[in-house]
Design a protein around this ligand. Structure first.
Ligand code: EPU
Length: 434
C-alpha cells in the first residue's frame, strides 16, 4: 500500500548517476544457467525484477552472492531441473528467458506464461517458433509453457522472426549458444540490451555474431566458462531523468550513459526547445519554459523507444500547441492518459494515436501508476504540477527504477514514500527509514 507523495513545482537541479540496464540484466541472470562456473555481474541494477529472477534461479540451485550493492556472483554449477517458483515467474515478463536458458542447459523447461506490464496482447509465439526451429516441442497448457528438446538437445537452425521482438531475439540467442551447429536469426531486434547480452555470453565463451544488426549468427559451443561482465547503463532510466529535467525546467547532468543509445531521445527533446549537451559519458539537460509541440512515433531501436512514450507524453502536456504520439509497438499503451487528465492535461486517445493539446500547468491529484513507465510519467507530472500529487501502485515503478525516490530527492525534488493508512499517523515519514 505504499505510494509516493510529491509536492510539485521545484525544478530538478544537480547530478544523477544511471544504474545498469534492467532489460539487459533480466536476461543475464537466466543466462547464467548456461555457464559452468562463476559469473560475476557488475553494474547490476537493484530493482524488484532482478531480485525476483535471482530468487528464481536460487530455487533452481544456483549459488547467488551479493558482493556489494551492484555486483552479484552467480554459480549455476549445481543447478538441476525441477519446478521453480511459479508465482514469481507469473509476475515478471523476463521469466520467459528461462525457456531458452533451461532448454539450453537441461534440454527441457517448464515455466509459466510471463507476466509484466499490461499493454494489451503480448503473445510469445515468436519465442515458441524459435524454440521449435531449434528442435524443441513446445506445449502451452493451463498457463504453463513446457518445452522439450526432442532428441535431448537443441540443434542450430534458421529462424525468421515475423515481428521484430526483443524478447524472442534474446530467448533464441540463449537457447542456441550451447546448441549444436549454427543458428541464424533474421529480422532480429537491435536494442542495446541485445548487444549487451551477446557481449556477456561471448565473455563467457559463446560465439554470438552480428548482435545490433538484423541478422544474428550464433555458433554453438560445447560449454561456457565463468567470467566478469558489467551491464551497460540503462537507456530508459537515463531518458526518464532527461525528460524529468526538461519538464521541471531544471538543469541536470545525467552521468554514466552511452550517448549513442540516447540519440533518438535527445533529438526529440531538442525539437521541443530543450537544451541537450552530450559529453563522452554524460548528458546535460536544461529545461526551457517555452516548450514547442512535436510529433513522436515509437519504433524498434534505433527509433524512439516505446518505453519512453508515457514520459514524453507528460512533457508534451506542457508544450505550446498540439502534439501527436503514435504508438508503433503495443496496442494499448495509453492507459495513463486517464490519470494525466485528473491533473488537468488535455489528452485524448484514438487507438494507437494520442493527441495532446498543451496546457499552461498541471495540478496535483491522486493518480495511479498503471505500469512501470506510466508510473514514472506520473512522477514526472507530479514534479511539475502545482500542489500535491499522490502516486499509487508504486510497486510497478520499483520493478525498473533503482532508488528512484532518493535519486530525485538528491536533485531537489520534494518526494517521499508513505504507507496507507499508516502515514496518517506518521505524515513526515523519512524515505531513508523505509
Ligand atoms: N510480439 C509478438 N509475438 C512475440 C513477441 C512479441 O507478437 O512472440 C509483439 C508484441 O506483442 C509487441 C511487439 O511484438 O507488439 C514487440 O514486443 P517485444 O517482444 O519486443 O517486447 P518484450 O520482449 O515483451 C521488451 C521489454 C519491454 C519493451 C519491449 C519493446 C523486457 C523484459 N521487456 O518486451 O520493456 O517495451 O521489449 O522494446 O525486456 C519496460 O522496460 O518498461 C518494458 C515494457
Amino acid at each position: 500500500m505504499e505510494r509516493y507523495i510529491i509536492n510539485g513545482g521545484l525544478p530538478l537541479k544537480g547530478e544523477v548517476e544511471i544504474s545498469g540496464a534492467k532489460n539487459a540484466a533480466v536476461a543475464m541472470i537466466p543466462a547464467a544457467l548456461l555457464v559452468d562456473g562463476v559469473c560475476r555481474i557488475e553494474n547490476m541494477p537493484h530493482i524488484s525484477d532482478t531480485d525476483m529472477l535471482l530468487t528464481i534461479i536460487s530455487e533452481l540451485g544456483a549459488k547467488v552472492r551479493l558482493v556489494n550493492h551492484s555486483t552479484v556472483e552467480i554459480d549455476c554449477t549445481q543447478v538441476s531441473f525441477h519446478d521453480a517458483p511459479f508465482d514469481l515467474m507469473r509476475k515478471i515478463r523476463a521469466s520467459y528467458y528461462l525457456i531458452g536458458a533451461m532448454l539450453g542447459r537441461f534440454g527441457v523447461s517448464k515455466t509459466t506464461m510471463p507476466g509484466g506490464c499490461n499493454f494489451g496482447e503480448r503473445p510469445i509465439d515468436q519465442h515458441i517458433k524459435g524454440m521449435e526451429a531449434l528442435g524443441a516441442e513446445v506445449t502451452v497448457e493451463h498457463g504453463f509453457v513446457y518445452a522439450v528438446a526432442t532428441d535431448g538437445h537443441l540443434h542450430g537452425s534458421k529462424v525468421y522472426l515475423d515481428k521484430v521482438s526483443v524478447g524472442a531475439t534474446m530467448n533464441i540467442i540463449l537457447a542456441s549458444v550451447l546448441a549444436s551447429g549454427r543458428t541464424i536469426i533474421e529480422n532480429a531486434a537491435k536494442e542495446p540490451h541485445i548487444v549487451d547480452l551477446a557481449n556477456f555470453l561471448n565473455a563467457m565463451g559463446a560465439d554470438v555474431r552480428g548482435a545490433g544488426t538484423d541478422t544474428i549468427k550464433v555458433y554453438g559451443v560445447e560449454k561456457l566458462h565463468g567470467g566478469t561482465y558489467a551491464v551497460i547503463p540503462d537507456q530508459i532510466e537515463a531518458g526518464t531523468y532527461m525528460v524529468a529535467a526538461a519538464a521541471t525546467g531544471g538543469e541536470v547532468l545525467i552521468k554514466n550513459i552511452i550517448p549513442k543509445h540516447l540519440e533518438c531521445i535527445s533529438d526529440k527533446l531538442r525539437e521541443t526547445g530543450t537544451i541537450v549537451q552530450m559529453y563522452e559519458d554524460s548528458v546535460l539537460v536544461r529545461g526551457n519554459d517555452n516548450l514547442r509541440r512535436i510529433s513522436v512515433k515509437t519504433m524498434p531501436y534505433p527509433g524512439f523507444p516505446t518505453d519512453m512514450q508515457p514520459q514524453m507524453a507528460t512533457l508534451l502536456c506542457l508544450a505550446n500547441g498540439t502534439s501527436v504520439i503514435t504508438e508503433g509497438i503495443y496496442d494499448n499503451r495509453f492507459k495513463y492518459a486517464h490519470e494525466l487528465r485528473k491533473m488537468g492535461a488535455n489528452i485524448r486517445v484514438d487507438g494507437r494515436v494520442c493527441i495532446i493539446e498543451g496546457c499552461q500547468r498541471l495540478t496535483g491529484a491522486q493518480v495511479m501508476a498503471c505500469d512501470l513507465r506510466a508510473g514514472a510519467a506520473m512522477v514526472i507530472a507530479g514534479l511539475c504540477a502545482e500542489g500535491q500529487t499522490q502516486v499509487e501502485d508504486i510497486h510497478y515503478i520499483e520493478r525498473g527504477y533503482e532508488e528512484f525516490v532518493s535519486k530525485l530527492r538528491n536533485l531537489g525534488a520534494d518526494i517521499r514514500i508513505a504507507d496507507y493508512p499508516e502515514d496518517m499517523c506518521f505524515p513526515e515519514r523519512n524515505v531513508a527509514a523505509v
